[in-house]
Design a protein around this ligand. Sequence first.
Ligand SMILES: *Cc1c(COP(=O)(O)O)cnc(C)c1O
Length: 421
Amino acid sequence: MTSNHGLFDRAQSVIPGGVNSPVRAFGAVGGTPYFVERAEGPYVWDAEGRRLIDLVQSYGAIVLGHAHPVVVEAITEAARKGTSYGAPTPNEIELASMICDRVDVVDQVRLVNSGTEATMSAIRLARGHTGRDRILKFAGNYHGHADMLLAAGGSGMATFGLAGSAGVPAAAVADTIVAPYDQIPELDDEIACVIVEPVAANMGLVVPDAGFIHQLRSECNRVGALLIFDEVITGFRLALGGAAQYWGVEPDLVCFGKIIGGGLPIGAFGGRGEIMANLAPLGPVYQAGTLSGNPLATAAGAAALSLLDEEAYVQLEATADRLASGLQQAFDSAGFTAKVPRVTSLVGLFCGEQLPHNYDDARTTDEEGYAALFHAMLRRGVALAPGAYEILFPGLAHTDEVVDEIVAAAGDAAAEVVAAR
Ligand SMILES: *Cc1c(COP(=O)(O)O)cnc(C)c1O
């Protein structure tokens, strides 16, 4: 049988660091990554045949559980008809309509291939619409890896302690202002847009004050800047209508990714028709993609969204609650210092005494404690994300029994970590 170790060696000879996205290399937690052979429901099986309860769930792209039969069937049926045409397809209308129907502020949506493309294009659109160059983002919010957004980025950047990235020219971030999260910035009329994770999920889970999101809307209105919600994680997870519905605030543009592709590569950005009309071919803002609106991705996404009804969100939240309260209790009784925040179906894990409110707070997380817990959990067959700044992704396939197994493993794992320290 192939070993994870052998695969990692081979991978490292042909792929930089052996991975196609940095956090996967286990740099932050140490050790050798497990290579996934297959997955089903809440489980993944690694190359050594080991079954793990998976709380990574493709960093939130999966919500129905792995290899959900309805999604697999939709992909299979689409694949038989061809994999890409370079011409419009009925599937695209289907997925776009589902997004527009479910998210009030989105009249029109354009499909792209990743969350990175969605935020990058939404910012170009905001700049084109307002005729302004400057943008504002919040420290610890992650919006993918476009140059202008690679400042104080959260997620993998936090994991590797990077403030920005080599290879990003000073000019590319010259018009990017970085402000502290959960604090209203003072804007001026040179700002094209403010982009925000309406619940931050890439510096652990940081739930802002409701007033922050509401006042951000008014501050943008005051200076004529667009408000962009990056809902690549919160979209179709925080609530059926995403964070816009949850907070009761209308952003001008919304970015999606992850869930809307049912596990296939996708992204989308949308908003009011009047703003979206600036996009080519209607308007002067260029945006394009050879594989955009891909028939497999749109079929998988539509299948996934079709199963996400009100009932699904009730179940999702109950599962998240069972997990969050179970973990908190397990850590408390083991004397392991950690907080397990939750908002609807989003669950965080912060190794520290006090819940963080911003990036500075979030970076006080005990990374060594997290790494120790991570490995103690992995030895017990539970996969957390290999980085202290990611969140947990309970989904519809995590039954109460599975959640209870995770909680029992966490109790043992935490006790082991505390004893070893
Ligand atoms: C994952 C993520 C992105 C980037 O999406 P990719 O598909 O990885 O490019 C952007 N914004 C947020 C909030 C994300 O979590």
